[in-house]
Design a protein around this ligand. Structure first.
Ligand code: ACK
Length: 319
């Protein structure tokens, strides 16, 4: 199964508004890879200048399923439009050769690893067993381009959370459900701007055209709302639940949610009303927001608009 054979099977439409001439792209180095896809740092020649970009492409090992995922991610990108806190599609190369999806480059990598890079190296503070378990997890290779924020404060963290909520509010207005919101799927670009990414699973609730099962068959269990675990229901409100888990990840500098609970037991815990404790030194107002996001009843959870307003209020109060 070569990529071009797959492409010809599925006839990826050339969309002139987005088409990028393949010869204007130079792939420099690989930023990351999964089983079936790769992300490359690349240069795009455009109007006499060179722009740093990221290129998503499939590996030879990819199947039609992964191609469909990548194509629908691209289509979702196109209908989303532009927002500062949502990863922007620059264009794509369809025509002859493998499909390239070209997006803006986020030089600081994903939010989870970015936060983890800010943890003190030598930690003399006594830790709870939960935090300890989390610390023992191997740290991903440091990303070459990560510029640490000196003296990262709670305020920075709340600002990150505000940015993500703003991007999610924009998606919610467009009736897009993300379905895989997590710190690993938020990218950090120049100036520490948060960009929501990974629309491989997202779905336009108007048309239902963008529904897909997860590529690898793995589900983001620890980010899933109780009703998604229970009956596979995904809504804007289940994205709000995941946002609460992401907020927890932010306030723990990239902690792993429910570190002491095995994935197969999680549903029962949640059903019995168990929720994660407040992270160490987390402002009460932020923990209350997490708890609101984890309400069992969908209608009891705040909307992204309410979350943005609430965080706005917090940032104003602590200015
Ligand atoms: O965690 P990372 O550094 O951030 O490694 C993964 C890898 O590629 C596979 O997804 C990184 N990545 C994905 N999209 C981009 C992008 N637009 N800019 C920079 N890095 C990216 C991601």
């Amino acid at each position: 199964n070569s990529e071009s054979a797959l492409l010809s099977d599925y006839e990826v439409d050339c969309d002139p508004t987005f088409e990028i001439e393949r010869s204007n792209l130079t792939l420099d180095s690989m930023l990351g890879e999964g089983a079936f896809g790769e992300v490359w740092k690349a240069k795009l020649k455009r109007d006499g200048t060179e722009l740093d970009v990221a290129v998503k492409k499939l590996k030879i090992s990819a199947h039609e399923k992964e191609l469909i995922d990548l194509v629908s991610e691209m289509e979702t990108f196109k209908i989303i439009g532009q927002h500062e806190n949502v990863l922007r599609l620059i264009g794509c190369s369809t025509g002859q050769g493998p499909l390239y999806v070209v997006v803006e480059l986020c030089k600081h990598g994903n939010l989870r690893d970015f936060l983890r890079a800010h943890r003190p190296k030598e930690d003399k503070v006594k830790k709870s067993s939960q935090e300890l378990a989390d610390y023992l997890e191997p740290r991903k290779n440091e990303i070459a381009d990560v510029e640490l924020i000196p003296n990262l404060t709670q305020r920075h963290l709340v600002q990150f959370a505000w940015q993500v909520a703003t991007g999610m509010n924009f998606l919610a207005e467009k009736k897009i459900i993300h379905r895989d919101l997590a710190a690993r799927n938020v990218l950090v670009s120049e100036g520490h701007i948060m960009k929501i990414s990974d629309f491989g699973l997202s779905r336009d609730v108007n048309t239902g055209n963008y529904y897909k099962k997860r590529g690898t068959g793995r589900l983001p269990i620890k980010w899933m709302a109780v009703e998604s675990l229970d009956s596979n229901v995904y809504t804007i409100e289940s994205d709000v639940w995941s946002y609460g888990v992401l907020l927890w990840e932010i306030m723990t500098l990239g902690g792993t949610p429910y570190p002491t609970i095995a994935m197969h037991n999680l549903y029962e815990y949640l059903q019995n009303g168990y929720r994660m404790e407040s992270p160490h030194l987390c402002p009460q107002e932020v923990y209350q927001l997490m708890q609101a996001c984890w309400q069992t009843k969908l209608e009891d959870r705040p909307s992204f608009k309410m979350i943005v307003d609430y965080l706005d209020w917090m940032l104003t109060m602590t200015n």
